[in-house]
Design a protein around this ligand. Structure first.
Ligand code: 1HE
Length: 268
């Protein structure tokens, strides 16, 4: 049964549904550089918990204004004067949101620009594909703020750039941008024009895949990375047993067999 998502229930996220099943989710606090306050995290939890059951084929995650996301709302954090337990529980909500993104099974394409810093980089690193434009830069300024990462950077950013580079980013405030950021794996695409346009193009492509196949790609690979090689191989076989025999795939296989399906060719 398909669950409905009502965009009117969201205040810090702007949600736009397109006919092809692609939803654009925009962090919508440009005056605060889309800093993540507690409400924004709750809205991300709600959206990404529901998206897999709402028939959404792919998500483009963007930021309003000139910056993708400035990370933790430092002013809210300062004013709230949280206890250790309160901040631990807040971090667990960040993990809930980002785990739903990464493991939910719906492709999430991040359209990056300007600052992708601190918790903003933690958010971006939970997306499956990251597209950067010429204004995009990445940093982990927690070290300079007297803070530590709490939204999964120790797992996902370390996974992207490696432990040594992440430690350097945090110790020295090192900023990565341009081609170097792509070479390190912080983004898979770098465009001269609009990262949103490119992200939409990629999301529309992904949305043409069968949902069960995308579920396996966007959930299975992440889960299998957490397993031993032996268990991952077993899980892969079980998942492939389900996905590769799905009735909806038969017409695609038939099209290949009768030579009407497009062939894989090198880029021209
Ligand atoms: C904010 C935040 C924020 C901007 N929390 N309010 N993150 C950081 O250390 C990044 C902090 N932010 C910045 O370095 C800069 O703001 C930006 C590079 C992102 C943008 O610079 P700029 O010149 O365009 O904007 P600005 O003038 O610095 O800020 C504009 C407004 O946004 C201003 O509010 P206003 O009411 O005075 O107009 C800023 O206070 C507000 N703003 N960034 C709250 N982050 C789970 S643990 C995660 C740990 C972390 O993420 S540490 C945070 C790292």
């Amino acid at each position: 049964m398909t669950v409905q998502i009502d965009p009117a229930r969201f205040g810090n996220l702007d949600l736009v549904a397109h006919d092809d099943g692609v939803w654009v989710v925009t962090l919508n606090r440009p005056n605060k550089r889309n800093a993540l306050d507690a409400q924004s995290i709750e809205e991300l939890v709600e959206f990404f918990s529901t998206a897999p059951r709402a028939g959404i084929r792919a998500v483009v995650l963007a930021g309003a204004g000139d910056h993708f996301c400035a990370g933790l709302d430092l002013v809210e954090h300062h004013d709230a004067d949280r206890s250790p337990a309160e901040f631990m529980h807040l971090c667990l909500r960040w993990h809930e949101a980002f785990n739903k993104m990464e493991y939910g099974g719906v492709p999430v394409i991040a359209a990056l620009k300007g600052a992708v810093v601190g918790g903003g980089l933690e958010l971006a690193s939970a997306a499956h594909v990251r597209v950067m434009d010429e204004s995009t830069y990445f940093a982990l300024p927690e070290g300079q703020r007297g803070l530590f990462t709490g939204g999964g950077a120790t797992i996902r950013v370390a996974d992207l750039v490696g432990k040594a580079r992440m430690i350097d980013m945090m110790l020295t405030g090192r900023v990565y941008q341009g081609q170097e950021a792509v070479d390190l794996g912080l983004a898979q695409y770098r465009v001269e024009g609009s990262s949103l346009d490119k992200a939409m193009e990629l999301a529309r492509k992904a949305a043409q895949n069968l949902p069960l196949t995308n579920f396996a790609i966007c959930s299975g690979i992440s889960h299998m990375q957490n397993m031993s090689a032996l268990d991952a191989a077993y899980a892969e076989a079980v998942l492939a047993g389900v996905v590769n025999t799905q009735p909806d795939a038969r017409s695609r296989l038939a099209a290949f067999a009768d030579k009407s399906a497009a062939r894989v060719r090198p880029n021209s």
